[in-house]
Ligand binder design. Structure first.
Ligand SMILES: NC(=O)C1=CN([C@@H]2O[C@H](COP(=O)(O)OP(=O)(O)OC[C@H]3O[C@@H](n4cnc5c(N)ncnc54)[C@H](O)[C@@H]3O)[C@@H](O)[C@H]2O)C=CC1
Ligand SMILES: O=C(O)C(=O)COP(=O)(O)O
Length: 528
């Protein structure tokens, strides 16, 4: 069945076409994002949800999203998506980190000129027939100091434009390297320094717990008198009430806002002030940017839904279209090794140790570790998946250790998963043969060679003559067909294990009989 995607915001029609071309069913409902109830009602029918900023993906929506695998943000900011809730639900959240950055930077520059020359106010006055040539005295930007808070993709483009305008550009960004600052022609400063020196401040950080209210009443008070403030990043970065007071007192000379703490902004403390310029979240609104982000998000979502390739996910490592098919059999192996250990583990797991040896160590092992942990915990949590597994493990206090190393033994690639509980440590190793099928090659250090099958039996026994015969006749008498039989032992007469594939399920009473055969220590059914 073709995957189904819902577009609940105003994405360019280019996205619809891409989905159709890729064989993904698409439902284009550009105004749905505003209607939470309706969205909650129908979200259960879709594998993908493509959005902009109008759709809020809350835990309530996610609760109803029983089929959802991916949320694609045609744009940059993902603060309208509850990422921890999406992750816990196993839903990939991806964005398009560059498609609208030039456009947004240009909007910030346009806002800077609008403020410096009061263009919107002068336009309204001129068109009202007033010809107020003396009212609109502006300021020249050349040689003024532009203070950038957040010098990432968009902030850097603004910085380059600022340098081009012959401004002195300073930036506050804890993650900006000295080399990058030098490349951009920007002076890296601390926030207080920026506040004290900037004639124009422009914000370009995401909205996070750390950046929320970065321009608080206190910080606005520290800013240079006559400063102009631009926010084309996110509402919530600036205390709008404090800014209004600072505009009223004349401490701040002007403010240009594209984003507001509540959107759509029908009322806002900044509205109505003569030195304020506002636009309705238009930062990304050019045909070029909208085409870019729509195409990209549709491609990325289709790739994921159709081939498992992951790009620009904010809650999972990237997997290229080239890597995805190489990774696939190892994902299956890791998940099955996890499942094997999970089905045999009764007590609380403290640590999971996963070692990748040989060629597999060069793949995206993070994804494999997630798959192993998902398999391990699935016996207890049916709807866990590779996306949610790391956060679920963390929540449960399970330590996940990952090691990669060169091949040491007989296999090109080997994955070993060790589960540590309060009372024991159990390891299982597996590989993928040339046929692409995963196999178990060792259990607790004992060599075996078995494929994973839908219905299996795991038996540990003392290595004594007669076990195989008695076991085979017991199953034969019960009408259970043995499909494959893999044996291993640590030494002659020592500990032995058997992995048996049977046709159909293993009835409980037969299992009890197996358990009571002489020399049998443990018999457990396994399903893969
Ligand atoms: N108005 C609009 O339509 C648009 C708004 N945006 C907003 O712009 C934001 C920035 O976008 P990009 O530049 O692409 O993101 P980015 O991730 O490339 O850059 C963000 C920068 O902020 C810095 N940062 C993080 N925490 C900080 C802190 N506490 N103090 C100072 N700097 C901090 C980071 O180090 C990074 O360099 C987006 O998150 C989005 O909210 C993006 C596109 C359109
Ligand atoms: O990309 C972003 O972060 C934006 O804020 C753009 O928002 P929009 O897609 O125009 O609703």
């Amino acid at each position: 069945m073709a995957p189904r995607v819902l577009i609940s915001d105003k994405l360019s029609a280019a996205a619809v076409q891409i989905f159709k071309d890729r064989g993904v069913e698409v439902d284009f409902q550009p105004d749905l994002g505003k209607d939470k109830e309706k969205l909650a009602e129908i979200i259960g029918n879709y594998d993908g949800l493509a959005i902009r900023s109008a759709t809020k993906v809350t835990p309530k929506i996610l609760e109803k999203a029983t089929r959802l695998k991916v949320i694609g943000r045609a744009g940059i900011g993902v603060d309208n998506v509850d990422i921890p809730a999406a992750t816990a639900k196993g839903v990939i959240v991806m964005n398009t980190p560059f498609g609208n950055s030039i456009t947004t930077a240009e909007h910030a520059i346009a806002m800077m000129f609008a403020l410096a020359r009061q263009i919107p106010q002068a336009d309204a006055s001129t068109q009202a027939g007033k010809w107020e040539k003396n009212r609109f005295m502006g300021v020249e930007l050349t040689a003024k100091t532009l203070g950038i808070i957040g010098c990432g993709n968009i902030g850097s483009i603004v910085a380059e434009r600022g340098v081009g305008l012959k401004m002195k550009v300073i930036a506050y960004d804890p993650f900006l390297s000295a080399e990058r600052a030098l490349d951009l022609g920007v002076e890296k400063v601390e926030l207080d320094d920026l506040l004290a020196r900037a004639d124009v401040i422009t914000l370009h950080t995401p909205l996070t717990e750390k950046t929320k209210n970065v321009l608080s009443a206190e910080n606005i008070a520290k800013a240079k008198k006559g400063v102009r403030i631009i926010n084309c990043a996110r509402g919530g970065l600036v205390d709008e009430v404090a800014l209004r007071a600072a505009l009223d007192s004349g401490h701040v000379a002007g403010a240009a806002f594209d984003v507001f703490s509540e959107e759509p902004a029908e009322a806002n403390p900044l509205f109505g002030h003569p030195n304020v310029v506002c636009t309705p979240h238009l930062g990304a609104a050019t045909s070029e940017a909208q085409e870019n982000v729509a195409l990209q998000v549709a491609e990325q979502m289709s790739d994921y839904l159709l081939s498992g390739a992951i790009s620009n996910a904010v809650n999972f490592p990237s997997i290229t279209a080239e890597e995805a098919p190489k990774l696939k059999p190892f994902v299956e192996l890791a998940e099955k090794l996890g499942s094997f250990a999970g089905q045999l583990t009764e007590t609380d797991i403290k640590t999971v140790r996963i070692t990748y040896e040989g060629a597999v160590a060069d793949l995206k092992v993070k994804a494999l570790t997630s798959a192993a942990v998902a398999g391990l915990l699935r016996p207890a949590l049916a709807d866990i998946n590779v996306v949610s597994a790391p956060s679920v493990a963390k929540e449960r206090g399970i330590v996940v250790e990952e090691t990669t190393r060169a091949a040491t033994g007989d296999f090109d690639s080997l994955i070993t998963l060790t589960v540590v509980t309060d009372t024991y440590e159990r390891s299982v190793s597996g590989t993928v043969f040339a046929d692409g099928h995963p196999r178990i090659v060792s259990i607790k250090g004992i060599k075996v060679d078995a494929e994973f099958a839908p219905s299996m039996l795991y038996v540990t026994n003392e290595d004594k003559p007669g076990f195989i015969g008695r076991f085979a006749s017991l199953l034969g008498d019960a009408g259970i067909n043995i499909a494959t039989f893999a044996l291993g032992r640590d030494r002659q007469g020592g500990d032995a294990i058997a992995l048996i594939e049977v046709d159909g399920a293993m009835p409980a009473e037969v299992l009890t009989e197996v358990q009571s055969l002489p020399h049998v220590k443990q018999a457990r059914p396994l399903r893969f």
